[in-house]
Design a protein around this ligand. Sequence first.
Ligand SMILES: Cc1cc2nc3c(=O)[nH]c(=O)nc-3n(C[C@H](O)[C@H](O)[C@H](O)COP(=O)(O)OP(=O)(O)OC[C@H]3O[C@@H](n4cnc5c(N)ncnc54)[C@H](O)[C@@H]3O)c2cc1C
Length: 548
Amino acid sequence: MAEIEREAMEYDVVIVGAGPAGLSAAIRLKQLDADLNVVVLEKGSEVGAHILSGAVLDPCGLDALIPDWKEKGAPLNVPVHEDNFYMLGEAGKIRIPNFPMPPLMNNHGNYIVSMGNVCRWMAEQAEELGVEIFPGMACSELVYGENGEVKGVVAGVFGLEPDGSYGPGTEPGMELHGKYVFLSEGVRGSLSKEVIAKYDLSAGKEPQKYGVGMKEIWEIDPAKHKEGSVTHTMGWPLGSNAGGGSFIYHLENNQVYVGFVVHLNYKNPHLYPYMEFQRFKHHPMVAELLKGGKRVAYGARAITEGGYQSMPKLVAPGVALLGCSAGMVNVPRIKGNHNAMLSGKAAAEAAYDAIKADRSGDELTAYEVDVREGPIGADLKKVRNVKPIWSKWGLTASLMLGGLDMWTNTLGFSLFGTVGHGKNDAQSTEEASKHKPIDYPKPDGTLSFDRLTNVSFAMTNHEESQPCHLKLTDPDIPVKVNLPKFDEPAQRYCPAGVYEMVEDEEGPRFVINFQNCVHCKTCDIKDPSQNITWTTPQGGDGPNYPNM
Ligand SMILES: Cc1cc2nc3c(=O)[nH]c(=O)nc-3n(C[C@H](O)[C@H](O)[C@H](O)COP(=O)(O)OP(=O)(O)OC[C@H]3O[C@@H](n4cnc5c(N)ncnc54)[C@H](O)[C@@H]3O)c2cc1C
């Protein structure tokens, strides 16, 4: 193939992804020096279109970045004033009191927010400072310099032929070069994955761990709405089949976020995370709340769960991993947005110092030190054992021993040292023959919905003529390996119904309905053969979340 010719634009810092991490970095760079040239590229059709969190926001990141965010009208309108935690059985519940929980679990001072709206507001702040933000621009390739450093990205390739080649209608995109490139793609970023592999950034670290989070927005009966109320549950319906739990957050306008997270290290390939979520809504406590209401939006996204011991090295020549590109979620708090913001700020400060010293294309070591030894490290270190204890010894042990460990860590020590995760989530999947299929009740169309109907509430869209962005390394594996061994779990773990096994006259056939993809990245993580690679489709495609 002939060399593709592209225009190149030069910047001081190129930022991939307009989530809380990328936007914080952009804002901080311009606060430090208004003359720096900073660009943010976002694959969503607009900033916020691909943002999905719970979300209860710990404002410490925003406090550090924009101390007068209240005066500037940040959409943090609903302070948390009630915090409930329940252990569910099929028909009942036990309230776990708040007092034995370590202080870090307290939601007092936090806000129930739409992170999509927070990001839209942050983008306005960034643009006022002079940051260039280009939504609808997917970064599909990294550009390397002569010395092997990351020099930039390719963004804005549109209209590829269905086989992936360049045709007469293809726009080749452009190269955006920077003295430094920040990857703030969120969980399992496709360029971040390449950088982690190329520079072996995970060497000596524990494997990254993940969950899949699904979320609906409901408008409920005003008489049942309690603005500022936060509820978390564990137990039913997952029981011992998988780790995970739910969240129910009452925001403004009689809306409620109802969400469910399933840890992706589950063993039974028959498990169907989406149906676990649907079943959960039939618990009497939840059904009572939602009855008479309506679901107005649906979405899904993976969440990083490996924590402190799984964070890769954060820098390589010319490039830094920010926020959940490196996995900065505090798992027991189910919070990562504050660390994403703090990491953006820290990376910006390191790049500013480097650029002032006439450096470029090298490792921003100061950023790595700041993350590990500063507030992010302090936040993640205290809770580092909760997830591995849960995975090894189950939910009850995690509540008792994990709780004890968080307490002792708050006092400065741990009885466990640092517990490892061992396997990655793909390796945790066991053969289907070792497990019983799970019989899920059919959705009733009122409280629970079939997957494809719900996906239409993610308003996802992909130009059909483009190549499938979900790449199989070996196209035979789904039918020849995954089906006989694992009952091809892609049919179930994908929360958007992208993958189907269809029975033809010649036998089973694996179908990828890539148009349904909501960019959650679960397939890239959980495929037991590690045969699926999520690549970025053309810009503007994907979900169009309202106020997720
Ligand atoms: C179900 C669920 C509930 C959660 N609840 C909470 C909560 O209550 N509180 C909390 O603090 N945290 C919560 N989190 C975690 C939180 O969402 C993450 O920690 C946070 O989103 C990380 O921010 P980020 O900026 O690193 O990435 P993201 O927020 O994921 O943003 C990344 C952005 O980069 C864009 N992008 C990615 N790749 C490319 C590319 N190649 N080219 C161009 N653009 C690209 C994406 O479209 C996206 O807009 C939750 C997560 C989930 C999944």
